[in-house]
Ligand binder design. Sequence first.
Ligand code: PRP
Ligand code: MN
Ligand code: MG
Length: 177
Amino acid sequence: MKHTIEVMISEQDVQARIKELGEQITAYYQGSENLVMVGLLRGSFIFMADLARAIELPHEVDFMTASSYGNAMESSRDVRILKDLDDEIEGKDVLLVEDIIDTGNTLNKVREILALRNPNSIRICTLLDKPERREVAVDAEWIGFEIPDEFVVGVGIDYAQKYRHLPFIGKVVPQED
Ligand code: PRP
Ligand code: MN
Ligand code: MG
């Protein structure tokens, strides 16, 4: 599809918001001895790197990959773990870091799976939230921006694996030719 990218949220606004989230999260986890940031690959990698540097507390980082795919026979979505965490999370304060919550299926399932491992707590921070698209409830404690139901890219988010590197949130606009 021919398309152009329009800026929806500028780099400056993204960075300012990440700084604010970092301050709130830092205040919230004061005194936590074992905070671990868990990024969901691949989309979270840039937000994760920025947020980690905005959190002024000692913490570990770990990553996992969850794949969601539609099942043509059912309306429900299956979510599989393609790459699990490297370390145990028992007793830890887990901060799940996502680029975007869309239907909610990915985070809902990941939170459920991680909760079985007896962490001390699980909280969610997402850069973007598209509430109009929600199929299952997800309670995210920290949300960077609520956005309308538009196809977006940048700051880790892809369109057909491209545009993840863009430092702003862009909207994909189909183009006639
Ligand atoms: C995208 C996005 C979230 C998920 C949100 O990941 O990064 O992880 O979809 O969708 P949901 O709320 O409907 O589950 P994707 O599966 O495209 O993989 P990627 O992170 O590698 O781009
Ligand atoms: Mn993702
Ligand atoms: Mg993707």
